[in-house]
Design a protein around this ligand. Sequence first.
Ligand code: HEM
Length: 455
Amino acid sequence: MSSVAPLKSTLPSPPGPSPWRALRAYGRDPADYMYQLFLEYGEVAVWRGLITVYALNNPEDVRRVLSQAHPAYTKDLYDYRVLKQTLGNGLVTNDGEDWARQRKLMQPMFHHKVVNAFDEAINGFTSTLASQWDQLGPDQPVALERDMSRVTFQIVAGTLFGSAIDEHAGEMTDILDVININTKTLDAFFTLYPRIPTPHNLKFRKVMSRLDHIIYKVINARRAKGVQTRDLLDRLLSVRDEQSGQGMEEKQIRDEVVTLMLAGHETSATALQWTFYALSNYPEVEAQLLEELDRVLGGRPATAADLAQLPYLKQVVQETMRLFPPVWGIARKSVEAQEFGGYQLPAGAYLAITPYALHRHPEHWPDPARFDPSRFSPQNSQGRHPYSYIPFAAGPRTCIGVGMSMLEIQLILAQLLQRYRVRMLPGHPVVPHATITYRPRFGMKVLIEKRRSTH
Ligand code: HEM
């Protein structure tokens, strides 16, 4: 862990564009804008827009911020205040001692032994989707964003909370569409003032009350049934404070459940969509992957134990998340004034870490725009800076669901790719859209060709 450099007051402020130029360009494509900012101004740059943002693109600086976490760097920022309107005080938006207590409590549920045992359930949900794809005609387009969202939602709901929520999968995906907006838009800003009746606020209030209704219904049903299945919901319901003996407050349980459901499905769903997209554009990568899947699995679904025999599958997923990181931006507040890269940043600075830009840093990723999974082979990964690739963030606040999402993404792909070729629907535009997640603006319409029938 690198130490915090002492502040030298004579240091200059980082370079950056004029606010209005920046605002217009940011509005078009925020993720790509942050990348352009790096290409034009270097590894530390400032963007003075509605708020002043300091962009960090040196992996060492990123290591410093992410590995130290609270109290040197906090989430006491505008973006997280907006997210709190939905997620409350769940693990993503919580901070400080409260966060540490909740994280400790929930961590065992994400132990790899627990998560690997979800493989059967994941394959079950995937094969339900496959049986729907089996009914499709060859020219019938499919909304891939909808199908991937549904299956990843069913997995989170089914594995962490029992099946009680997965019946709401369709509705939850619609709810998420309203919630999942870029936090720096006016619509998002107005959610901080819920009494102002903007069209988005009215819609937002309606979906939030529906969301709460679903979650409290599930919590109450579980209480009535009695805690017994030992899933995450049971754990949240049965935990007691060591000193006071008090249980977790109802609102905190709601916040954790909503956080896990939302953080835990859209991210994996977008990673899956971009993987299908990349494979359809790179037939030689697809051919190599299919050869591996057919040779190792011969048509059957993969188990968690099989994944060690499928190294290229993992590399394809890693490379997809390099170019299309589902969480394209991460923000922290620097509590004290500090030096980064020879520039002075003030106390309270808004630090923007942009996996999308970092993953295209030409010093760490030669020919960055090329999709090449072999970058992640053990040989080619040697010596790479660990903080030059951070799709799941890093440090103490690294994604709690990293193991679960890698497992589900690989198992879903292993099953679907053996059975179908997924082709982009000609004429349908695939345009990235950086909301909270990095997803296709108009969804992804695809055609499904059958490769082989169920094993
Ligand atoms: C491809 C899939 C996923 C990606 C790319 C991803 C990415 C991330 C990133 C970058 C963060 C850090 C955010 C920040 O500090 O601002 C994060 C945090 C988090 N993620 Fe994920 N995530 C994924 C899947 C999941 C899944 C499946 C779950 C749970 C079922 C999950 C639950 C969480 C939670 C609870 C946090 C907050 C952790 C903390 O601060 O203690 N994520 N994720």
